[in-house]
Structures are given as C-alpha cells and as structure tokens.
Design a protein around this ligand. Structure first.
Ligand code: HEM
Length: 412
C-alpha cells in the first residue's frame, strides 16, 4: 500500500452491513481516512462535507481511471466487485475539463428544465398507476403483504426513464435484473460481465431504433444535440448507461428511504400532513439523511496533494462517503443524525454531488419523490413495514445505500 498514513487503515466492504455505522466509524477517524477496499486495494475516504466539496472542485483530482496507480499496474483483479463501476465506457462521467464540457453540453441541451417540468403530469399518472398495482397485489396476497420496492419504488423511476428515453415497456423486467446484477457486489464475475454486455446491447438497440425512427424523446434530443459535434458510439452508449444506471437505482433507494424515514418518524409525517408545502424540503432532508449513493469512487489524484496531515500521492483514489458527509455535524450541527423535514440547511446537501460533475438529473429525481411519496401516504395512510426496519435485507453494495426487498402491509 503506498498511501502515506498517519492513521490506522480502516477496512471497508459491503459486508460491513450497516453502511451508516461504517460511515460513523470512518468519521470518528477523521475527515480523510486511509482505507483498504475489498481485494486489498488502498484508497482515501472523505467523511467531511466541507472537505468533500473542496475536493470536488479541485482540478488536481480527476475522473480518468487510468490515473489510478493500481489500475495502471494491472493490480485490480478481473473479478474485483467494484470493477464495473469504475471501468465504464467513456462518457461525461469519466472525463474532466474541456472534454467534460463537450460531453455534458448536449445532455444539458436535451435534459432541460422544461423537459423535466413537462413530465409532471405523466409522472403523476405513473405514480397513480403504480399505487393501483400495489392495491391490486395486496388484494391477491394471502396475508396482504406486498413488496414496496418491487411494485412501487423500482417501477416508478423505471417507467419515468422509459418515458424520457423511449425504452420499450417489455424491457423493464430485464433491465431490473441486469442493473441489480451490475450494482450488486455479491454476484460472480461472469454474471457481472453478462449484465454489462446485456445493458450495452439494449442501449445500442435503443440508439439504433431512434436513428432509424427519429422521435422527440431524450435519446432523439441527444442525437440532435450532438449532430454538430458528434459523440462516438462509445460515448453515446456511455452517456445513456450513466443516465439509466445513475438515474434509476438512486431514485429507487430515495423512494425506499422516504417510506422508511417517515414510518419511523410519525411526528414528521403529521407535520407534512399539516403543511404539505414542506414536501420539497422533506425530500431534500431525505437525501441528506439517507444518501442513496453511499460511497462513490469519485476521483483520482493527478498530483501529490497535502490535505491536513495526510499526503495524498499522485495516482491515489479518492472515495466520497456521502452517508458520512450527509450527517456531518461540522456542517449540519449536533443533530445532524436526526431526521427533520423542515431543516432546510443553508447551502443544501451534497448527495447529488457538487461542482462540474454534480447530478444533471437532480430535478427529475426531486420531481419523482415529491410526486410519489405524498401520493403514497395519502392513498395508504395505514401503510407499515411487515418486518422491523432493521431486518430489511441490505443491498449488497458499498456504493449504493439500499434494500433488497421492502415488504409492507397497506391497511395499517
Ligand atoms: C451524477 C446522485 C438521479 C444522471 C451524479 C453524482 C451524484 C448523483 C452524487 C455525482 C457524481 C460525481 O461527482 O462524479 C444522484 C442521486 C439521484 C440521482 C442521489 C437520485 C436520488 C439521477 C437521475 C439522472 C441522473 C434521475 C438522469 C435521469 C446523472 C448523470 C451524472 C450524475 C448523467 C453524471 C454527471 C457528470 O459526470 O457530469 N448523480 N443522481 N442522476 N447523475 Fe445523478
């Protein structure tokens, strides 16, 4: 390990189980913590929100995985569980500076605030349809138990992305399996590779269809936006892979955490019932309190950098722990660990990232949560978990803070 250390190295993996506890353990060590990842790979983890924001705009930290010394030296095993997350096709998420601006600009021209605003009605209809499906499934279930993740939290963002990108509805089930395999750190390397190939194949088909049949969905708008300065096919596939991968699973987990947090905090639910105008603030609080992206393989040092008493060396990887950053008392005060729907911290939270790579889908995710969660509680005021919250199986990932299944009863 060639990280320069003044602190003991912390081991982290998806098997730690409770990722919030892991985040607290790391924060107790300091704002920048040397860690050993699965496979014995060394990295730094940022736990402080203030430091995280500083580093996300520091040009000495870059996205190109080839900067990572272990990667260049071939020390990252083929079956390393996080490999597909760092080894993605070239896209806006793998480059910086002028190249990043080149690849991000067409997306910004295609995913406009007006396009997102126009989805308000259709998102409401998708939510209503999924609430009906939940009710119908509960009627058929022998004990009334239904899976909120499978029947609501997963399909709402999938149908919204389907609408946005023109994804045929018959692909949804397959995409669910492929993305679960893509993000899970518990599946073997063959299944991971098959997932990557399967997703790429579907995306290539989506692009081919839109090229032969122009349409005004986001893929069509992206193809128009790149007409003057074309993306390569690899860049187009990479961008859509990021859009679907980053845009879907994250929103699933936001909807899951929304249900869980409000069931655990009935007083906050009562507050929202009395003041529904607080819902947008409550969604921001959910993102801060239970960040869907737990640990992000964010940047690599392109130079030696001294941070506090740590010497970060050129080629070292830097991970951001958004769970620790979201509950950083240095930023949010002593009650940072409490869920307070009316908190509205100055400067917001960092769960959508910060700086040039900050999430371009944030408004869409907000729209989905602000549509879905109030409608869910209005339709099923007696909804409750069918098992204790701490028994919900965690999604096997260091990167995503999620649950595998969320059994609920709708009737209270
Ligand atoms: C980037 C979080 C939803 C598309 C990011 C980043 C974060 C993030 C933390 C920054 C990555 C970095 O620093 O490199 C989330 C969360 C979401 C969400 C928590 C939901 C709750 C979405 C949606 C879309 C989307 C709905 C699109 C439909 C993207 C893209 C990037 C990105 C394309 C890459 C931006 C770039 O590198 O310039 N997201 N995201 N995300 N997100 Fe999201």
């Amino acid at each position: 390990m060639d990280l320069s250390l003044r602190r003991p190295v912390q081991r982290i993996s998806a098997e730690d189980g409770d990722l919030h506890r892991q985040a607290e353990r790391l924060r107790a060590v300091g704002p920048l913590v040397p860690v050993e990842l699965p496979g014995g790979l060394a990295a730094w983890v940022v736990t402080s929100d203030v430091l995280g924001r500083e580093l996300l705009v520091d040009r000495r930290f870059v996205k190109d995985v080839n900067t990572w010394h272990a990667w260049r030296r071939g020390e990252v095993p083929a079956d390393w569980p996080l490999r597909p997350v760092v080894d993605t096709p070239r896209s806006l998420i793998t480059v910086d500076g002028a190249e990043h601006r080149r690849l991000r600009a067409p997306l910004a021209r295609a995913l406009t605030p007006a396009r997102v605003a126009a989805l308000r009605g259709p998102v409401g209809a998708i939510v209503a349809g999924r609430l009906d499906a939940l009710a119908a499934a509960a009627r058929l279930s022998p004990d009334g138990t239904v899976d909120y993740r499978v029947l609501f939290a997963f399909p709402v963002p999938m149908e919204v992305l389907g609408l946005l990108l023109g994804i045929p509805a018959q692909w949804y089930g397959r995409l669910r399996v492929l993305f679960d395999d893509f993000f899970s750190e518990a599946v073997d390397v063959e299944r991971k590779l098959a997932a990557v190939l399967g997703i790429r194949g579907l995306i290539a088909e989506l692009i081919a269809r839109r090229r032969s049949e122009p349409g005004d969905d986001l893929v069509g708008a992206l193809l128009t936006a790149v007409a003057d300065d074309p993306y390569t096919d690899e860049e187009l596939i990479g961008t859509l892979l990021v859009l679907i991968g980053a845009g879907h699973e994250t929103t699933v987990h936001l909807l899951v955490h929304g249900l869980r947090a409000l069931l655990r905090h009935p007083e906050q639910r009562a507050l929202l019932a009395a003041r529904p105008g607080l819902w947008p603030a409550a969604v921001e609080e959910l993102l801060r309190y239970d960040a869907p992206v737990a640990t992000f393989f964010a940047r690599y040092a392109a130079a030696d950098v001294r941070i506090g008493d740590a010497d970060v060396r050129v080629g070292d990887p830097l991970l951001l722990n958004y769970l620790a950053m979201g509950r950083d008392p240095g930023r949010y005060g002593d009650d940072a660990g409490a869920f307070d729907a009316a908190r509205c911290p100055v400067g917001g939270h960092t769960s959508f990232g910060y700086g040039p790579h900050a999430c371009p889908g944030a408004q869409l995710a907000r729209l989905e949560a602000v549509s879905a969660l109030p409608a869910l509680f209005a339709r099923f005021p007696g909804i409750r978990l069918a098992v204790p919250d701490d028994e919900l199986e965690r999604f096997p990932s260091l990167m995503l803070n999620g649950r595998v299944a969320v059994p609920v009863r709708l009737d209270g």
